[in-house]
Design a binder for this molecule. Structure first.
Ligand SMILES: C[S@@+](CC[C@H](N)C(=O)[O-])C[C@H]1O[C@@H](n2cnc3c(N)ncnc32)[C@H](O)[C@@H]1O
Length: 279
């Protein structure tokens, strides 16, 4: 497919906003055309069919459309100090309350929550720490990859040899590794669309990873999601973004810990009335 018509782009724009809270700008038109070609959508009528199916509520088509405008890019221990900080935070939470819980809100293909699980196992010195990790994404295909938990060299390039031997086992195909059962058991995988008015999974959480997803969302959705995350954190809980991201209007609820990490100020719980999702 060489181009996307103005009408098709407008329809894609409205669907991305409605289905995933994602805002498309004119520059995305070319990206959409390029990625559609790569995903085997060869011509305008195939693209039109995808739009129609997504519009009619076909969840796979909707996810495919969202996948055309976002990326699943991630890898193990992306920004390693986030995982050290999350594990230290969990150790403190367990010493205070006996349990800790972590949510990876846009977990993509699983590298982020499994990195957190490895950091937790290492910090607690046991394969059975009193910590749960929820990993969620809007993309069913990405969640399926996370469920298989088998990765290649690109995803694993930041995993050192010691960790590889300790927390993975070789897969049958060459240069691929499977995450060890003890690590997988700590992670619960679920489908969650962050802009849905209700989240099926409820906190409170000690640590929330929300890295590289807010940036796709339309400004109102972005602030609303960040505010609802604040409501899901325990006082003092840690919200972790990519170091290049920021919280905008919601930032005063947090104290900035640097490197994309924000701790919920204990005294300022957002009033529940302002936490309602946009309809
Ligand atoms: C670039 S990946 C981020 C992976 C990981 N958090 C990291 O930073 O390495 C972005 C993910 O956001 C997910 N996503 C996009 N919109 C979403 C939404 N409305 N709700 C939940 N996940 C969403 C995409 O499916 C994709 O897997």
């Amino acid at each position: 497919m060489t181009t996307i018509s103005t009408e098709q782009f407008e329809r894609a724009r409205q669907l991305a906003l409605r289905l995933a809270g994602i805002e498309l700008f004119e520059r995305h038109r070319e990206i959409l055309a390029r990625r559609s070609r790569r995903m085997g959508i060869e011509n305008c009528s195939a693209f039109e069919a995808l739009l129609e199916a997504a519009d009619q509520g076909d969840e796979r088509a909707g996810t495919r459309l969202v996948g055309l405008v976002t990326t699943n890019f991630t890898h193990f221990f992306r920004h390693p100090r986030h995982f050290t900080a999350a594990a230290e935070h969990a150790v403190t939470a367990v010493s205070e309350r006996g349990r800790a819980s972590i949510w990876s809100t846009a977990s993509s293909t699983g590298e982020e929550p499994y990195s957190a699980a490895i950091a937790i196992i290492e910090a607690f010195g046991t394969e059975d720490p009193p910590v749960t990790i929820l990993a969620s994404d809007i993309d069913h295909a990405a969640l399926d990859v996370a469920r298989r938990a088998e990765y290649d060299g690109a995803a694993l390039s930041t995993v050192d040899e010691g960790r590889l031997q300790m927390h993975f086992r070789p897969a049958s195909s060459r240069s691929r590794w499977i995450v060890a059962d003890a690590v997988r058991h700590l992670v619960k995988l679920r489908h969650v669309n962050l802009v849905d008015p209700e989240w099926s999974e409820k906190g409170p959480y000690d640590v929330i990873f929300c890295r590289n997803v807010l940036m796709y969302l339309e400004a109102g959705h972005r602030e609303n999601v960040a505010e609802r995350m604040a409501s899901q954190l325990v006082p003092g809980g840690l919200l972790i973004l990519d170091p290049a991201e920021h919280l905008g209007r919601v930032e005063p609820l947090f104290s900035h810990r640097g490197g994309g990490m924000f701790a919920l100020r204990p005294a300022v719980r957002p009033p529940s009335v302002s936490l309602r999702a946009r309809s």
